[in-house]
Design a protein. Structure first.
Lengths: 142, 311
């Protein structure tokens, strides 16, 4: 296993599906943060066979658990403070997500008024269905 | 502030009050002839819809109020690129209540969020058309006397017909309502209505292909038009448009107290020979549309005034 140095403050995202670490890096907008980020791809995992891991050294209030919960609520989140794990918050599907995904319905008002906030509500937790606040169209990829 | 975006915005109790008011307006029009004197309704129609717009305008005029507005996006500032949010903020200074139709789904909701006056969704694309649903409910309520314990046949385009979807969602809130869906294979109900609305609420329903076989069972028959604009292929439209035609022979199979409703405009899915049958109530239904809109305008304006006086 490749070793990456410990971090003082930040978070470690473990059990990311292999190959999705980079996607998560962009979805969490980590490319916009001026901090140290390690992306470990295809690490060995007893549970998953292969997995990705993200280590991010940054103030812990920068982590948006809602986005993470929406992307994959099976990811393990370790919150690090003073070099120790201080919290392992359980991810849940957020009831509402704002400006994370865009409505693809060409008949939706958001298709012509681009400045509108993109809001989706969780309408079926079991089937993981999110619907656009405005047109109620189902978000295609969940 | 209360707006009307979807027919489900009102609880069953609120709907009952609204329908009672509409019936009182129908029976005592003189009592309400000045109910909205000094008030202005703005009809902001970003796409043409003569019937709905005239129904709203008639409703406000019958209440003693006045109207202003536009009948297409070309004659509004939308043509100059103004957003719905900006338009409604301006309109809020000109009128007391607004009925908005827009081709884009969710546009009236965007307006309501920024509006200083109540906004009524008068149709947003293929999404919602709540005042049509309220019209349908009032027609059934007035002519049947109840909205529960009914067997309702819905016939025609059940796939694309938003009036049908809205009506189903509104009626599942009443006990012992059964549905019979009559449509060609290509125009059956979408899966989400079957799963999320009917099965989730344990509503009894059957799907059949032929109108004749179910006519004797029905308390209500809701006919719909097969809409040309929903088809990409003219051939499919031509093949399906005359799939069901309600005529005198089929009406003979129905019960004496069965009612035929249709959101109109009708093309040829109901033969004109049925028009004189007392069970054909679709023109009456259009008239009820004015009463329910009158009741809605009075109710929303009263709610707004109550809010303002308590501030």
């Amino acid at each position: 296993m490749l070793n990456v140095g410990r971090i003082e403050e930040g978070f470690v995202l473990d059990h990311i599906k292999a190959g999705e670490g980079m996607l998560l890096y962009h979805d969490l907008k980590l490319n916009k943060l001026d901090c140290c980020v390690a992306i470990i791809k295809n690490a060995r995992s007893n549970k998953m066979g292969k997995k990705d891991i993200l280590k991010v050294e940054c103030p812990i209030d920068l982590l948006d658990l809602d986005i993470l919960g929406f992307i994959d609520h099976n990811i393990t989140v370790n919150v690090i403070k003073d070099g120790e794990i201080v919290d392992k918050p359980k991810l849940v599907l957020p009831k509402k997500i704002v400006n994370v995904i865009r409505c693809r319905n060409p008949r939706c008002i958001t298709s012509i008024e681009q400045e509108l906030t993109q809001v989706f509500y969780l309408t079926d937790e079991e089937q993981e269905v999110y619907r656009c606040k405005y047109c109620e169209e189902k978000y295609g990829e969940k | 502030m209360r707006h009307l975006m979807s027919p489900l915005d009102f609880s069953v109790e609120e709907l009952e009050e609204l329908m009672n008011l509409a019936e009182d307006i129908r029976n005592n029009p003189g009592k309400y002839a000045h109910a909205c004197e000094g008030k202005i309704l703005a009809t902001c129609f970003y796409e043409p819809s003569t019937r709905t717009r005239l129904s709203f305008e008639s409703a406000m005029l019958r209440l003693g109020g006045q109207i202003l507005g536009f009948a297409s996006a070309d004659s509004s500032s939308a043509a100059k690129g103004e957003s719905v949010s900006d338009t409604i903020r301006v309109i809020s200074g000109y009128a007391d209540i607004c009925a908005m139709r827009h081709p884009k789904e969710g546009a009236p909701m965007v307006a309501a969020a920024r509006s200083g006056i109540p906004v009524i969704n008068a149709g947003d694309g293929g999404h919602q058309h709540p005042t049509q649903t309220l019209t349908d409910l009032l027609t059934i309520h007035s002519l049947k006397g109840h909205l529960d314990n009914l067997t309702i046949g819905l016939c025609g385009d059940l796939k694309f017909g938003r009036t049908v979807h809205s009506l189903i969602k509104a009626l599942v809130r009443y006990p012992n309502v059964k549905f019979i869906f009559i449509s060609p294979q290509e125009l059956t109900l979408p899966g989400y209505i079957r799963d999320d609305v009917l099965q989730k609420n344990n509503i009894s329903f059957t799907e059949v292909r032929h109108l004749e076989e179910v006519m004797p069972e029905l308390d209500l028959l809701y006919m719909t038009r097969v809409q040309r604009e929903r088809f990409f292929n003219e051939e499919d439209y031509v093949r399906l448009k005359d799939f069901y035609i309600l005529d005198k022979a089929k009406m003979k199979l129905a019960r004496e107290d069965m009612l035929v409703l249709h959101p109109l405009p009708r093309v040829n899915e109901i033969s004109v020979e049925v028009d004189d049958d007392p069970r054909a109530v679709y023109f009456k239904q259009a008239k009820y549309g004015v009463y329910i809109r009158m009741a809605l305008i009075v109710t929303l304006l009263a709610m707004k005034e109550k809010e303002e006086s308590s501030c």
